[in-house]
Design a protein around this ligand. Sequence first.
Ligand code: NAD
Length: 352
Amino acid sequence: MMRILLTGGAGFIGSAVTRLLVQGRGATVLVVDKLTYAGDRRSIRDCEGKHGFRFVQADICDLPRMQALMAEFRPDAVMHLAAESHVDRSITGAADFIQTNINGTFAMLEAARAYHASLDAAGKSAFRFHHISTDEVFGSLGPTGAFSETTAYDPRSPYSASKAASDHLVRAWHETYGLPVLVTNCSNNYGPYHFPEKLIPLIILNALDGKTLPVYGDGSNIRDWLYVEDHAEALVTVVERGRVGETYCIGGRSEKRNLEVVQTICDLLDQRVPAARPRRELITFVADRPGHDQRYAIDCSKIEAELGWTPKQSFETGIAATIDWYLANDWWWKPLREKKYSGERLGLIEKK
Ligand code: NAD
């Protein structure tokens, strides 16, 4: 029964991990989240009021606050997910990405280092700092091959560069100060509670509304898609049983071209909510994202062999479950979408 301090727990992946820890594992969880535009307490409303669950609104860059929270809560592990996560936003304004992803991770590491130093020998060896990162730090692949734990870093967007920097800091705190760290690098996630600006929810909701379905370039970019609940299960497995100092790559073994993803959503929606015309007709190709990585793929054989984790959902079952979730839960996405995210992905970056 672990005590977990989890940053970013009101976000997309953090909320799935929080739900799994609180409802599935009976863990004691302190969620620390600033509640930026991407954070929403409604995503963890099923955990509110549950024994062992607590939420604190705070900025991870606030080092004294992070130190005080760790000293007070006394976690067995920190799971660090809080980040600015949207690549398009990082292109139009990188400052928040540098601040939260780099300086915020630095503050979390310093707070964890001070807390770790205060523990007795048993506490010291049990403690884990788990940094959650992305496969985008590895850059872009050609038609063959896959990223693994030994792939050299080659980030190409402000987002991936800021995550790469944070990964390096985490490893440095392990090598230099002996902080017991774990790092995971995961491929693209999709599933329930995904913010409506991201590709899959945007396409589902625009298709439902009969709006344009924007696809970057010619739609040939390939991503390896992982259902978010499979990612949450992998993260909890790593924090429970991963080897200190190790990196684990996590992926869905589900490579799809962007156009294929959009067409699949159109076809599944046509079956569920028939429209006058096939929704594929709404697909519109738009100018490509600058520096758009062509292909990501993950070799996740290490976590499979060492920790026995494998994804439960195929893309086909996961995307169907995701569409069904959006159809059944407009209470969650309607208020977010009505605010500002119903139009073209390129033009509607929120002004803070
Ligand atoms: P998200 O944008 O949905 O959620 C981020 C959360 O962090 C939000 O709740 C936000 O309020 C919070 N946050 C942001 N800045 C903060 C700050 N300064 N202090 C405290 N809280 C802050 O992101 P996500 O998609 O859930 O991603 C979570 C993590 O997983 C990120 O580190 C991301 O890099 C990584 N990741 C994401 C994916 C993906 O496909 N979404 C894939 C691999 C790795």
